[in-house]
Design a protein around this ligand. Structure first.
Ligand code: GBH
Length: 436
């Protein structure tokens, strides 16, 4: 798969999951979240599947941590569920939820694994969604309260913290494309969410710093934007897509400004006085996480801004039809290294859905090719890459696509909930074994 000796000592290897996708169960006093609601509305999720049981990680945590340990990883990237610890979003905490995350962090430390904590991986408490969720600026106060509670509980033992997983998904995919909860298709809602997600990030960073949580960073997702043709119109559409997807959030985090190509469409809808939040949003970070999976082919399309649409491409595809384009990872690692010179960078997600329940050779070659591009970014381009975390440890709930797509190194039988390491798990395990 790769030769560990080609990576510096101290380069960290890991796997990621997220709370709603694996934990299961509102059992244990968790409150409802907007994914419970979204999944219950017909037409939103394949087969109307939801996270009620998922992988029952709540019930099988020790087994899952053993799988990480046996694989020989250094880092486990996980998230905590807001509604599990604050069923009403704010106010009275759920002790059982807090105890679970205590045990999770302790279980990682006992096994010599570094806990890389994400505060928000998409399951917003329903009561807060009902008050406007990410469209409401009060999300800054609500999120700060949640960050404060969790920092006081696990903040002393985590290795790193990132407030929000993939701001693009939280804002654009959920409020403009309507693919994720709350499923809106509304430019004004999207514009507000685009800004508020960064504002809430800034509020949480302040809280985490105040609580002396170490190693505070951010995790953004990137998708290579390829013009569907050489026409000027398609090239312009691809630039707009790239700006919305790949440059808006890093613009806020590292340049104190949003790209012109996005302001063109969003400015009239942004919340009043948004510029005043830029210093808060741009607070210094300790690291940046890059999530990368695929490229999109973008064509100009009729209609109002952004007037573009993805079209089918010609590269080999994964189980869910995403094109495989490893060079894109090197491209974005270089881009973010220019945005934030010297800042340590981690690949915080990279992986694919592959049907094969056990002999998942496509995953082995996908990971091999992407890790090679990451290595080149580091060794040949000088990108300060410090680690690589794959998505995902387990097959899990793939949001709107339900349980069909299998992203795990470990197969999960959803009838018995039995875990079974795939060929990719074994391949990664041998690559990680130090030969000397
Ligand atoms: C990550 O999102 C998430 O953090 C994680 O929860 C998720 O399980 C993982 O990826 C795998 O998807 O259907 O062709 O329109 C990555 C960002 C955004 C990438 C949506 C794919 C849809 C492509 N994803 N995008 S398409």
């Amino acid at each position: 798969m790769f030769d560990r000796s080609q990576f510096p000592d101290g380069f960290l290897w890991g796997a990621a999951t997220s709370a709603y996708q694996i934990e299961g169960g509102a059992q244990g006093g968790a409150g409802r979240n907007h994914w419970d609601d979204f999944a219950a509305t017909p037409g939103n999720v394949e087969g109307a599947e939801n996270g009620d049981v998922a992988c029952d990680h709540i019930g099988r945590m020790d087994e899952d941590l053993d799988l990480l340990k046996d694989l020989g990883l250094d880092i486990y990237r996980f998230s905590t569920s807001w509604a599990r610890v604050l069923p009403e979003g704010t106010g009275t905490p759920n002790r059982e939820g807090l105890d679970f995350y205590d045990r999770l962090v302790d279980g990682l430390l006992e096994r010599g694994l570094k806990p890389a904590w994400t505060l928000y991986h998409w399951e917003l408490p329903s009561v807060l969604a009902d008050r406007g969720g990410w469209r409401n600026r009060d999300i800054g106060d609500w999120f700060a309260e949640y960050a404060d509670l969790m920092a006081s509980r696990i903040g002393d033992r985590v290795w790193s913290a990132a407030p929000i997983n993939e701001p693009w998904c939280v804002a654009w995919l959920s409020h403009f494309e309507g693919v994720h909860a709350p499923g809106l298709r509304d430019i004004r809602a999207a514009a507000r969410a685009m800004h508020h997600v960064l504002y809430a990030h800034g509020r949480a960073v302040e809280v985490l710093r105040g609580a002396n949580v170490s190693n505070v960073g951010a995790v953004c997702n990137f998708e290579y934007s390829n013009p569907a043709s050489d026409s000027e119109a398609d090239r312009r559409a691809a630039r707009t897509y790239d700006a919305i997807y790949n440059r808006f959030f890093t613009g806020g985090l590292f340049h104190g400004a949003y790209p012109e190509e996005v302001l063109e469409g969003l400015e009239p809808h942004l919340p009043h006085g948004w510029q005043d939040d830029m210093p808060l949003i741009g607070q210094p970070l300790d690291w940046l996480g890059v999530n990368y999976y695929t490229r999109k082919n973008i064509a100009a399309a009729p209609g109002p801004w952004p007037a573009l649409a993805p079209v089918d491409g010609s590269l080999p595809k994964t189980q869910v039809g995403w094109e495989i384009y490893p060079e894109g990872l090197r491209h974005f690692l270089n881009q973010v290294a220019r945005d934030a010179p010297g800042l340590p960078i981690y690949v915080t997600e990279n992986g694919l859905a592959a049907e094969a329940p056990h002999q998942d050779d496509q995953r082995i070659s996908y990971l091999t090719d992407h890790i090679e591009q990451a290595r080149k970014a580091m060794a040949e381009d000088g990108v300060p890459l410090a680690g690589y975390i794959t998505w995902s440890l387990l097959d899990n709930y793939e949001w709107s696509l339900g349980y069909g797509p299998r992203f795990g190194l470990v197969h999960v039988d959803y009838d018995t909930l039995e875990r079974r390491p795939k060929a990719s798990y074994h391949a990664l395990r041998s690559a990680l074994k130090r030969s000397a």
